[in-house]
Ligand binder design. Structure first.
Ligand code: ATP
Length: 192
């Protein structure tokens, strides 16, 4: 079984193309989504111990407060990553065992390169899209403003740094063309 990483910056189209992969019956692990779920459940105690219970005033994690807390504090961000990443890793190990009869599984994460997790993948697919398109797509999707989107984008690596590390690159300008590129990649991966 091969582990295929799927990554791309915010608004590049990961979730959109992942749906297409899932429709093709390929098991997909959504790292960021799993991380978010764990923060509301089994990691709640660890987060409260590290940062305080004010983050869970409503019972659920206040993501805005957490973002504010770690945004300009690399120490706090490291602390949070040390809680979340190993826990997501453990869930992924179980996922791998469960899906072991499949020729390929997909591991999706926005920060696959930034975290170094790509080194545990056999191959990596990177989704790219023009910066301005990504900004407008996220504003449209989340109802957020340009400044907020840019703030998140600058925290991630630039595509220029990611491109040489990827085995396959999908240019997600027109969705139909991106899907076609993805289909070709999946066929290649499933044949070899
Ligand atoms: P994030 O990192 O924030 O989770 P993402 O990479 O998963 O983002 P998506 O949510 O898949 O990105 O896409 C962002 C938005 O852009 C969505 O509303 C999606 O429907 C739209 N979108 C994706 N691809 C295209 C495209 N080629 N043309 C137009 N809109 C697109």
């Amino acid at each position: 079984m091969k582990i295929i990483g799927l990554t791309g910056g915010i608004g590049s189209g990961k979730s959109t193309l992942l749906k297409f992969i899932q429709q093709n019956g390929i098991p997909c692990f959504e790292s960021d989504k799993v991380g978010k779920e764990l923060l509301d459940t089994q990691l709640k105690k660890d987060v409260i111990n590290s940062f305080g219970s004010f983050l869970y005033e409503t019972g659920k994690l206040d993501r805005n407060k957490l973002a504010e807390l770690v945004f300009n504090d690399s120490g706090a961000l490291n602390k949070l990553n040390n809680i979340v990443h190993p826990a997501v890793g453990r869930v992924f190990e179980k996922f791998k065992v469960k899906k072991r009869d499949n020729p390929i599984i997909i591991k999706e994460s926005a920060i696959l390169f930034e975290t170094g997790i790509y080194k545990n993948c056999d191959l990596v697919i990177l989704i790219c899209a023009p910066l301005e398109d990504r900004i407008l797509r996220v504003i449209h999707r989340d109802g957020s403003n340009r400044e907020a989107v840019l703030k998140r984008i600058v925290k991630q690596w630039d595509d220029i740094k990611k491109r040489p590390l990827a085995n396959f690159i999908i240019e997600n300008n027109k969705l139909e063309i991106a899907k076609y590129q993805l289909e070709k990649i999946l066929t290649k991966l499933l044949i070899h």
